[in-house]
Design a binder for this molecule. Structure first.
Ligand SMILES: [Zn+2]
Length: 93
């Protein structure tokens, strides 16, 4: 199934995207394997889109709230660390 990148608006297969999930406790988390429950926003796994959403704070607009700067930093970091498995990134849950 394809999802739309919140930055560039392109439809891409999930394998080409990173997801940010809003957890039930209201916190935001980078969801590298697209498995977390909750509302999600998708961003292309490209530096252009990951750096672009940071500049434009597109996640804030998508979730209509302040998601915090950590998430943006984490997204950038996830791209440079990719393709390590998510477990290596210290994901919690
Ligand atoms: Zn994109």
């Amino acid at each position: 199934m394809e999802r739309r990148c919140i930055y560039c608006g392109q439809l891409k297969p999930k394998s080409g995207l990173i997801r940010v999930a809003r957890l039930s406790n209201g916190e935001f988390e980078v969801d590298l394997d697209l498995s977390k429950r909750g509302r999600g926003a998708y961003i292309c796994k490209t530096m252009e889109c990951l750096a672009g959403i940071k500049k434009k704070r597109s996640l804030d607009r998508s979730f209509r709230t302040n998601v915090g700067t950590d998430i943006y930093s984490e997204l950038e970091a996830s791209l440079t660390e990719y393709p390590k498995p998510p477990a290596m990134l210290g994901g919690m849950e």
